[in-house]
Design a protein around this ligand. Structure first.
Ligand SMILES: Nc1ncnc2c1ncn2[C@@H]1O[C@H](COP(=O)(O)OP(=O)(O)O)[C@@H](O)[C@H]1O
Ligand SMILES: [Mg+2]
Length: 232
């Protein structure tokens, strides 16, 4: 569904990825793990038109999307939940959801809203609360809901569990599994690597802008990942 081949990308003169190739199968959860600064966010940014691509290619359903703008990638069915600044804190939950669905008609908006409430019932209760007053976990759920308003086929999720209490980490990752069951393909960047391995169908380890491992999560379970990250 997503195929990245021999990708070199970064930001202007700052080169970050060096020959990255990954394949995200349809209706799977594919996890990217790796240390801070490895280039995980840059990989998602590259797919979503937010980084500079020097060479290599990115395909979505076999179609070349290398270098497209974010709005074009969105229109092709890709949703992105960024690591930071993913909700408008001073707006209410309802206003956030309405803004995310700005292109939809009133009816379509209501329909999407019902689907999102089914997945995240808590958002219905908090519709008139400012997003900035939600707990960390609720805010992540809102951020995912915002991406879902556009009815994506693929979701790019960047560290949606970072800084959450363990119980919330578990709950948010359960929602990710639920999204897969609803037919959405997931590319997930996770800091809690072992938790990611539990729900992933496939995993890539990214270190210093290069893929160090790609394959089944089973082989990495119970292993010392830090040692793997820093082994030469
Ligand atoms: N917008 C940007 N402009 C310039 N350099 C950036 C930008 N974002 C990230 N970087 C650099 O790219 C490298 C990889 O960062 P990032 O992709 O955020 O890694 P990760 O998500 O794995 O922690 C880091 O050295 C970081 O400083
Ligand atoms: Mg990151």
């Amino acid at each position: 569904m997503i195929k990245v081949e021999n990708l070199y990308s970064g930001y202007g003169k700052i080169r970050v990825l060096f020959g990255v190739s990954i394949e995200v199968p349809e209706n799977s959860i594919t996890a990217i793990i790796g240390p801070n600064g490895a280039g995980k966010t840059t990989l998602l940014n590259s797919i979503y038109g937010l980084a500079d691509i020097y060479s290599g290619s990115i395909k979505l359903f076999g179609r070349d999307i290398t270098g497209l703008e974010s709005h074009q990638v969105t229109a092709l069915g890709v949703g992105y939940v960024p690591q930071l600044m993913n909700v408008f804190s001073s707006l209410t939950v309802y206003e956030n959801l309405r803004l995310a669905a700005i292109n939809l008609s009133k009816e379509e908006f209501r329909k999407r809203l019902e689907e999102v409430f089914e997945l995240f019932p808590v958002l219905r209760e908090f519709l008139n609360r400012r997003a900035g007053t939600l707990s960390g976990g609720e805010r992540r759920m809102l951020a995912i809901a915002l991406a879902l308003m556009k009815n994506p086929k693929v979701l790019l999720l960047d560290e949606i569990t970072t800084d959450l209490a363990p119980i919330m980490v578990k709950r948010v990752l359960e929602k990710v599994v639920e999204l897969k069951k609803r037919g959405i393909t997931i590319l997930l960047v996770e800091q809690y690597a072992h938790r990611a391995l539990e729900i992933a169908d496939k995993v890539y380890v990214l270190v210093s802008g290069r893929i160090k491992y790609g394959g089944s999560p089973e082989e990495l379970k119970g292993k010392d990942l830090t040692a793997l990250y820093f082994a030469s």
